[in-house]
Ligand binder design. Structure first.
Ligand code: SAH
Length: 345
């Protein structure tokens, strides 16, 4: 049997120091290595020009230095780019890079496929293939930023998968992004379908990032119709978990709401949403313009502006998220590699 080499991305700075001094090299060389790997983002130790050649070779031999393989790259008319990667441990995921003025947001996947089966979502139609490892989630950032050289100012966990169903890998990847690669936690948002247990756990661990919750309806039967998992999660339970989170962390969250024609866009829907966002929950509402998915019966609502006005009148901070990259199937909920490989823009 071939021995599996340890993955270089897993080691902490202290662990590298132990390895390097254990091999008889001075400790400062571990710091140099750390800088190459995490700040400069170079995943090949042979290129670490300020380390002795013998050490570089030993590092290369002893550890595995995986990066994702780029399978496809498509650019939208609006500048959004979508990448399909083959992951180091097998399987393919997409990430999306969305430039907007001085900002460039990268949308990461946390799982290959998704188990939730939300009725309106393309990824939901795929089923779950597997969880990504912590370093595989991080590597989507690494690859876009360092392999391809694109700037990244913000990160959202809004690609394929449900972050809170891959909890420890997601928390691990957040640590890599903030503590190791130096991104500000204020610029990272994790989006969840709303799993109370996971939300409470996030409130308690050293979670670094902002939280967004996909509500889509504050009326129980409608939410269950859109999100099958909601059949097992009472709205009150979700509400309590979100309240706990806001109190415990003294923070605001974002409520995401895809506005669907004739489904969740009436004044009764707005009133229910208004009632849901009450203390101890502190939230702003982000209305999402639906991106139609071929074969699914949902349409973007023509009432989104009126819906926003109704919420604004009630004193809710409410913004609208417009679609980006829909011409290359890179918009929210369109990530599904089956439909995207070799697709013409
Ligand atoms: N599982 C997580 C994160 C992935 S989806 C979650 O549910 O939040 C990111 C956001 O895109 C969610 O709010 C999701 O409901 C939304 N979304 C899914 N399909 C969409 C579509 N076709 N158009 C617009 N938004 C969509």
């Amino acid at each position: 049997m071939v021995a599996v080499k340890p993955v270089a991305w897993h080691l902490s700075e202290a662990e590298w120091q132990a390895v390097i001094t254990g091999w008889g090299y001075p400790a400062y060389q571990a710091r140099l290595l750390w800088r190459w790997l995490w700040q400069k983002g170079v995943a090949d130790p042979l290129a670490y020009s300020d380390l002795p050649q013998a050490l570089r070779e030993k590092l290369k031999e002893t550890y595995d230095w995986p990066v994702p393989t780029l399978i496809a790259r498509v650019e939208s008319q609006d500048g959004t780019q979508k990448f399909l990667w083959e992951m180091p441990e097998g399987g393919q995921v997409e990430s999306v890079w969305i430039p907007k003025g001085a900002r460039a947001t990268l949308c990461l996947s946390s799982q290959i496929g998704c188990s939730l089966n939300c009725r309106f979502c393309a990824t939901g139609q795929l089923g779950l293939e597997r969880n990504l490892q912590d370093y595989e989630i991080y590597l989507q950032y690494h690859a876009v930023r360092h392999q391809l050289g694109l700037p990244i100012t913000n990160i959202v966990y809004m690609g394929m998968g449900e972050p809170l169903l891959n909890f420890s890998a997601v928390v691990g990847s957040l640590e890599y992004l903030t503590q190791r690669a130096g991104l500000s936690s204020r610029r990272i948002t994790v989006s969840t379908v709303g799993i109370p247990k996971g939300i409470r756990r996030l409130a308690e661990v050293d979670f670094v990032g902002e939280l967004a919750v996909s509500l889509h309806s504050a009326i129980a039967e409608k939410r269950q119709m859109l999100i099958p998992l909601a059949e097992r999660i009472a709205l009150d339970e979700l509400k309590a978990a979100l309240g706990y989170y806001c109190e415990k962390r003294r923070e605001w969250i974002t409520i995401e709401y895809v506005v669907l024609e004739g489904v969740n866009d009436s004044s009764a829907d707005a009133a229910a949403l208004r009632a849901f966002v009450a203390p101890p929950i502190r939230a702003k509402v982000n209305l999402i313009v639906y991106n139609p998915v071929p074969g699914l019966p949902f349409r973007p609502s023509g009432r989104i502006a009126a819906f926003q006005q109704a919420l604004l009148r009630e004193g809710l901070i409410t913004t609208i998220r417009r679609s980006r990259g829909s011409d290359i199937a890179a918009a929210c909920g369109q990530l599904a590699r089956r439909h995207s490989v070799n697709q013409k823009p």
